[in-house]
Design a protein around this ligand. Structure first.
Ligand SMILES: Cc1ncc(COP(=O)(O)O)c(C=O)c1O
Length: 378
């Protein structure tokens, strides 16, 4: 029997599994006549705040806007430097530029791939105002150390949690050691709507109030405005996210099961597998391996009907034209540069079956064995 392809995302499968509930939630919004800043958004914000164990959650229209609006609300802008990791999706730095501030890119730790906390203090200057750790691939950054440094230097901490909803550190929760947590709900995230969406979770009421204002043309009272933007999370998306939020911990559990199968099945392959520090709860937004022959492995898997992608093959500071006339400060970033050339994300979503995971493992092992035979022959 021919084997079916294994795609990189399970969006449609997930929709089919929840179809009755999602369709009803969307229909209810359509019939309600309230589509923007309506009751679904208010309920979702309350449920998200409860889930995140923060005082407040504010829906916005993307993870990028969540970051950018937090920077604005904290008063960060031109002349300010914001430290973040060089090993992240482009949007983390982009949001810093959008606020008019200067990104300062610090290399990542070779094992966790998150910001290398031993390199943060050397990057601090009199202009530094904030640190933005990213919980990359679903593994929390070393928040206690980030918070310690921030406190010593009087800096804000804004967590980029676009990939990490539901993750935990060993003795800390996301949101506990920072001023704000920024979430993305673009469809491919662990909690995704059918399009773009985002939120800010925070224990600071004044910050939440300011973001509520900024996202809605500087207005919290009809016809009263100050300068703001249009960055609201629509009620249709909020209704879908309410259905999915109830499942996100189960989905994280399934992601961990899949990661365990990969860990066991690939333990002897000549690859570097993901590392989780003791006591941390990874949510495996992505399962990322390293191979010096990454491109060949990706092509081989594709020829077998298995889609593996790269996150991220071109580092921010190596994008063409960087920094496009915007100020940025970049030190030496060898770990990030090496990662860009060697990382490969295997299929990872809760709807993958064990058989599909076994097939990915089998093909990675077949490829590894063929490389070994080849190298022995040379
Ligand atoms: C680490 C990280 N930061 C920020 C973002 C931006 O989120 P969005 O695409 O919702 O704007 C993303 C994802 O897209 C991301 O992965």
């Amino acid at each position: 029997m021919p084997q079916s392809d294994i795609g990189f995302y399970g969006h449609v499968k997930q929709y089919h599994n929840l179809k009755a509930e999602i369709d009803q939630a969307i229909l209810d919004v359509l019939e309600s006549g309230s589509y923007v800043l309506g009751p679904q958004l208010i309920r979702f914000e309350a449920e998200l705040a409860r889930y995140m164990k923060t005082q407040e959650a504010v829906g916005v229209n993307s993870g990028t806007d969540a970051l950018w609006l937090v920077f604005l609300a904290l008063g960060l802008g031109p002349g300010d430097e914001i430290i973040t990791t060089s090993n992240t999706f482009f949007a983390t730095a982009e949001a810093i530029w959008l606020a008019g501030a200067t990104p300062v890119l610090v290399d990542c730790d070779p094992r966790t791939r998150n910001i290398d906390v031993t390199k943060i203090e050397a990057a601090i200057t009199s202009r530094t105002r904030a640190i933005v750790p990213v919980h990359l691939y679903g593994l929390p950054a070393n928040m206690p150390e980030v918070a310690r440094i921030a406190k010593a230097h009087n800096l804000f901490v804004v967590e980029d949690c676009a990939q990490g909803i539901g993750a935990r550190g060993d003795h800390f929760a996301i949101g506990e050691l920072s001023d704000a947590v920024c979430l993305s709900f673009i469809i491919q995230k662990n909690l995704g709507c059918f399009g773009d969406g985002g939120a800010v979770a925070t224990n600071k009421e004044d910050l939440a109030t300011e973001i509520r204002k900024l996202r809605n043309h500087g207005s919290v009272k009809r016809s009263h405005h100050s300068i703001g933007y249009n960055s609201r999370l629509d009620d249709i998306h909020a209704a879908v996210l309410r259905v999915k939020l109830k499942r996100v911990d189960d989905w994280s559990g399934r992601r961990r099961e899949i990661a365990k199968l990969y860990d066991q099945g690939l333990a002897d392959a000549p690859l570097t597998l993901p590392f989780t520090p003791s006591g941390y709860e990874h949510v495996y937004h992505l399962y990322v391996i390293d191979s010096d022959e990454r491109d060949a492995l990706q092509t081989y898997l594709q020829s077998k009907g298995i889609i593996a992608l790269t996150h991220y093959p071109i580092a921010i500071h190596q994008q063409e034209g960087f920094p496009w006339g915007h100020p940025a400060r970049v030190g030496s970033l060898p770990v990030t540069e090496k990662s860009a050339a060697s990382v490969l994300s295997l299929p990872m979503y809760p709807e993958l079956t064990d058989q599909e995971v076994e097939r990915v493992i089998e093909e990675v092992l077949n490829w590894s064995a063929s490389r070994e035979t080849l190298s022995r022959a040379v």
